[in-house]
Design a protein. Structure first.
Length: 240
């Protein structure tokens, strides 16, 4: 007698997380993860051009993080999302010392030779059409999907930073030495964007995972988070 193993209609919380990480690992087979590092000062023009494109159309991060906050109907999770907004927007807004992530991105861009005027002009301009479409999808997703899927979708990028936090920090330390050798000024400011995300994203990924485990408990929500997880991985592969 043979039996056919069937997948349960609803996965347990840990099984769901494991299924998402399996999607990630299968994605890496085609698009292997590479820790960002600096190889040569001769690469700076190309890096500057890439950073300039990343500024085009202005900061998108706080728009979809704000949508997640507005969309969240659970009081406790809403407070935690507000904490994340403070992390992203800068503790300086509420009397702290840490600046916003968009400002950290500017400081990193300055290290490659971009000027404040160039970055401002790029922010006021139009984003690349492909990026613009993805931006629209980000905002629509977090506005119209149930909040567990919206918040949980952050596990793609922030979960990646959690997985490779040690490798990223090691690379940052090596790049600090290289920048010093190359005579780049304000090295701490130049690397703070990478260092901040290698650190704070660990906490953010834990928040994403907590929301997924606690709220994605129906077939529909589990299917949605798997679909969104796959789409975001594909997006990151296209814009890197």
């Amino acid at each position: 007698m043979t039996t056919t193993e069937t997948r349960p209609e609803v996965l347990s919380p840990q099984e769901l997380i494991d299924s998402l990480e399996e999607i990630r690992q299968n994605h890496y087979k085609r698009y292997p993860y590479r820790v960002k590092t600096l190889n040569s000062v001769d690469d700076f023009p190309a890096l500057a051009a890439g950073k300039l494109r990343s500024h085009a159309g202005g900061d998108i991060n706080h728009r979809f993080e704000g949508e997640r906050y507005i969309n969240c109907t659970d009081k406790q999770m809403r407070r935690m999302q507000l904490r994340k907004l403070v992390d992203e927007g800068g503790e300086v807004a509420v009397g702290g010392t840490k600046v916003s992530h968009p400002l950290l991105a500017r400081w990193e861009s300055y290290s490659f030779g971009l000027t404040e005027e160039e970055i401002l002009a790029s922010e006021k301009g139009d984003a690349d059409p492909t990026v613009l479409i993805w931006h629209g999808w980000h905002i629509a997703r977090d506005r119209f999907h149930p909040f567990p899927v919206a918040i949980g979708s952050g596990l793609v990028g922030e979960g990646e930073n959690r997985l490779f936090a040690d490798e990223q920090m090691a690379a940052i330390e090596e790049d600090a030495k290289r920048l010093a050798e190359w005579g780049v000024p304000n090295i701490d400011a130049a690397l703070l964007n990478r260092k901040e995300h290698a650190g704070i994203d660990v906490e953010h990924a834990e928040f994403n995972e907590r929301v997924i485990k606690h709220y994605c408990t129906t077939p529909k929500l589990q299917d949605q988070i798997r679909h969104v997880f796959t789409m975001r991985l594909q997006q990151r592969a296209q814009i890197r």
